[in-house]
Design a protein around this ligand. Structure first.
Ligand code: C2E
Ligand code: MG
Ligand code: MG
Ligand code: MG
Length: 280
């Protein structure tokens, strides 16, 4: 009987493992199809500017619309793309779509100052990242003043290489935000020696503050303010959280309370109803 139980348990583990492998393979397939067949989409999440009381920024977030699996979120395919190198191509596709968006719409009229674009550490390590992105921006006639690149500082990218890449893009007008602050990745000494104008506080740190009322978040906010860095808090899901973050001194707030990341069309409608009515 014990033996039968063990065999049964082994089979359960086996099935779970097989299913996991199968799912991984399907995501891999969907990722490669997406790049080849243009199933990549860019969603936009508006970011609230507490000083202007308008949504003056937005983050571009990649999605894959797979005919078989439906809408896929980055947690299913970014790590695969980073492992097999497709992140380089995927990143450029996303950037092209953002450039196309900026060219097609009058950002000033929408009330948007810049779109934030994520760069993975793998992309940052790539020698021609700056050249490639400058070329794309030029191809679309985009002013890089309209772009903020979000970078997660991870130990694997050398500060020298990172600094050079950032300088190249900065010269053309781009700005840089340190993403995922508080997830344990950032080495502040390295970070402070790089030209970031903005710190994005990760939602995990925001949530832990509102769960335990700890002192860490307000302290960080104070330190960054003393350093004249712009602060964006991520993951605000309620009015209380939003109000609390603004009161603490966060310059910008991003979260489901205002809007989830949405398709381009819905994003434009959101801006129409929120940025225009406030201006009068
Ligand atoms: P991230 O750059 O830190 O982006 C913020 C993530 O937090 C987004 O998830 C967004 O939907 C989510 N978020 C924002 N506010 C809230 C909230 O109030 N509640 C909750 N529960 N979540 C919130 P998403 O779109 O699933 O993206 C996950 C990650 O995938 C991103 O984290 C980023 O690291 C990566 N990613 C997304 N797009 C790209 C891309 O184009 N290129 C690269 N390299 N990475 C990307
Ligand atoms: Mg980001
Ligand atoms: Mg973030
Ligand atoms: Mg994050």
């Amino acid at each position: 009987d014990a033996c039968r139980k063990e065999i049964y348990q082994l089979k359960v583990v086996d099935d779970a493992l097989m299913e996991k492998l199968y799912r991984e393979r399907e995501y891999h397939r969907a990722l490669h199809d997406a790049i080849e067949k243009d199933h990549v989409e860019v969603f936009y999440q508006p970011i609230y500017d507490s000083k202007c009381e308008l949504f003056t920024m937005a983050e571009a977030l990649v999605r894959i619309r797979d005919p078989k699996l439906g809408l896929l979120f980055p947690d299913t395919f970014i790590s695969i793309a980073e492992k097999d190198g497709t992140i380089l191509g995927l990143g450029k596709i996303v950037f092209r779509k953002v450039c196309r968006f900026i060219r097609e719409h009058d950002l000033d009229a929408l009330g948007i100052q810049a779109i934030e674009v994520n760069l993975s550490p793998i992309q940052c390590r790539h020698r021609f990242l700056a050249e490639d992105y400058l070329k794309i921006a030029e191809e679309y006639g985009i002013d890089l003043n309209n772009i903020v690149f979000e970078i997660t500082e991870s130990a694997t990218v050398g500060v020298a290489r990172m600094g050079k890449m950032m300088q190249q893009l900065q010269k053309a007008g781009a700005r840089f935000a340190l993403d995922d602050y508080g997830t344990g990745y950032s080495n502040m000494i390295n970070v402070m020696s790089l030209p970031f104008y903005c710190i994005k506080i990760d939602k995990s740190l925001v949530w832990s503050y509102f769960r335990h009322e700890d002192w860490i978040l307000p302290k960080f906010v104070q330190i960054f303010k003393d350093d004249s860095l712009t602060i964006v808090a991520e993951g605000a899901e309620t009015k209380d959280m939003t109000d609390g973050l603004i009161e603490m001194g966060c310059d910008y707030v991003q979260g489901f309370y205002y809007s989830k990341p949405v398709e381009e069309k819905v994003f434009l409608e959101f801006l129409k109803s929120h940025n225009e009515t406030r201006k009068e």
